[in-house]
Design a protein around this ligand. Sequence first.
Ligand code: UD1
Ligand code: MG
Length: 454
Amino acid sequence: MINIVILAAGMGKRMHSDLPKVLHKLAGKPLVSYVIATARELLSDKLCVVYGHGGEQVPTQLAAPDIQFIKQEFQLGTGHAVQQALPFLNEALPTLILFGDVPLFKLSSLQKIIAAAGREKLGIITFNAMDMVGYGHIVRENGKPDGNILAIVEHKDATAEQRAISEVNTGIMVAPTIKLKQWLSALSNNNAQNEYYLTEVIAKAVEDNVEIIATQSEFWETIGVNNKKDLTELERFYQRNLGEALLEKGVTLIDSRRIDIRGNLQCGRDVIIDIDCIFEGDVTLEDGVRIDAHCIIKNAHIAKNSHIKPFCHIEESTVGAASEIGPYARLRPGTELSEEVHIGNFVEVKKSKMGAHSKANHLAYIGDTIIGKRVNMGAGTITCNYDGINKFQTIIEDDAFIGSDSQLIAPVTVGRGATLGAGTTLSKDAPAGQLTVSRVKQVSIADWARPIKK
Ligand code: UD1
Ligand code: MG
């Protein structure tokens, strides 16, 4: 068991944003939510999140019964931030400090340092890389890689010689809680940033003869987000991993570097995804589904062997097996399509059901409608579902045929097997099996002449 403190109060000056840094999104989720998810995998007695900059946005967005939110009124540094959490910690247990802006830490790396530090030692995680501006450099005895750790010197405070040290601090630390209290109470802010640095506790542990150990992590785990450049780099790295994981499971990606997954994408066998598609929320693609280029699919279920053609936008919808959607189709929330449904270009469907083998191939709006089986919706058909105040339902029964450019003024029902002539404005129910047309009779005037300019 352990205490966990996640620091998330910093203003993130370098992000140039009103949104607190830790709420900026990686693959569609706030940075700090990754840290919280990993922390939850560890056995913790207390899970504290220190917030501050940006007001109540952090606790509002992340509220959960297992999280203790602690406000750091003024952002005076990482050491000061940890100090705010001290009254909430169980002193009998060590404390693990995580940064809300370092999202991709692996659980195994944290378990390793927790085990190595035990109850008495101070543990940090470091990594080796050149030219890490903004990181703390690890100063070791005699400058040897295996020398005892003496201090962490922040980049801004470091001498040219110290800046050349390639071993840098990830920010992650495990320490005995009682010691941590003592060390933090003695911090000074006499440094380049006038902040109370958490990293200063290293030198204090050395004075106290507390053993300091460091474990190493992989480079990408340790990347903290300080600016928008860091954020996109991390996003690309993360997406590349997600793409490669799909390839490993047998999904065909035409270009694994041109896919974005912002949530959970489940794929069956023989799924093909072309370039530049975005998947958000929970999306399932069953066996044999093909997604062409430039589609955006959010919280949707696409059943077996369906084909989504280029430039479709699908949200909170289900598509039945062997259906064909697009190109340029929009399925809005509440769309439920059965098997072998065809939705063509410039067709918008909202909160509507379509039975098996029904089609709307060109330029239509279908809203609040229940459509039966084998129905043909002609080009340019519009369900007029809204009178400016209320929404009304349209029902179209099996085997109906709606002629092109018809308007169906809801509430209205088209009976089984009914046909609407092209251009019909339907304001009353259309009886089953009959042809209904509402159109002015066509006339031709033989002796008519165009006006001539005088
Ligand atoms: C910090 C470390 C540095 C390390 C780097 C790794 C210190 C002094 N420096 O620098 O050694 O290499 O992370 O990414 O610890 N925060 C608060 N309250 C504050 C200040 C910061 O909660 O008053 C939070 C931030 O929201 C952030 C984290 O602490 O999540 C780190 O702060 P940041 O300003 O990003 O520190 P770095 O300069 O990156
Ligand atoms: Mg940082």
